[in-house]
Design a protein around this ligand. Sequence first.
Ligand code: GLU
Length: 378
Amino acid sequence: MRTILLAHVKRVVIKIGSGVISDKDGLELERIATLCEDVHTLRQRGYEVILVSSAAVAAGKADLGIVGKPHTIPLPLKQAAAAIGQSRLMRAYKDALRQHGLKAAQILLTRDDLANRRRYLNARNTLMTLLEYGIVPIINENDTVVIDEIRFGDNDNLSAMTTNLVEAQLLVILSDVDGLYSSDPRHNPDAKLISEVERITPEIEAMAGHEGTSLGTGGMTTKLKAAKRATLYGAGTAIINGRTPHNLLYLFDGHELGTYFLPARDPMAARKHWIAFTKKPKGKLILDDGAHKAVSERGKSLLPSGICQLDGSFERGDAVRLCDLNGDEFAKGVTNYNSTELDRIMGKKTKEIELILGYQYGDEVVHRDNMVINPNKE
Ligand code: GLU
């Protein structure tokens, strides 16, 4: 039983592969309906659910007379197929979710959107708002506009980045295979399903060295890369067969199916490392004693009321030093507001942000999760 492993999960990203919800003729509406039924049950159990769904290309390609694997289709045709198929895909989810009184929202992303910190934070805020309102976000790559340089390339990668974006505790990759095998089960009858992976070692990576099926873009290799990324960010990752009806629920019921990758032991390490060492600070915030204590000793986020002075010119998404009244740095973090905005809201109550600026990006100037205490000692 895996119940213990999933006990801490509240927010989950579910990646649905093309091979799960489409066949050579296009979308398989019944499979989408069954999955949405499970999504509804998960929501009733109190989970927040974000879907990352492929199959736009699969849903649209027949209209262009295309047959064959997606990676053999030239990019312009693939993009045209996605333009046809994406609305079909959303329509299918919308209809299926409506049966359960649920609403869907479409979010199309490019890798560029997540590499740019401001757009990253905006995408995050939009997703959080949707979740707050009980809507089911359905994400796909914005296939029609991407060029090679800014492509995620496959939705496995996109789902791992989404897991980090929304800080989900679990990524479930629904595939048309049962999980990770010790070798390719299509060629080796002795291949064994690996039920649990504690760490993705080169030996584990070697097991995935075979191609995927004809409908999706990624094979086991891209799934493993996604698992590696997600587990590093602290989310457990399950790869299970999504074509078996209600497998998603069985996973949450605690049944041992597919392959489960345990989260890395020091999950925040990568992110903190990024903030502490990669981001160059562009400014300085001087905090009053109360805010200094709240942040450094009580694990709180920084609110505008605790800032008494600022230094430097910086943008939303830049790193700033947090200093005490003597000007000594005790933390570093990523700011939600730029220096012009902060100049107007520092020392003010959270409630006043919107009154003063006419908008707001959230209560926190620096959210706890985007902060490292004593960055030079980490
Ligand atoms: N974004 C592509 C689609 O919706 C799928 C990419 C993938 O298969 O990973 O068709």
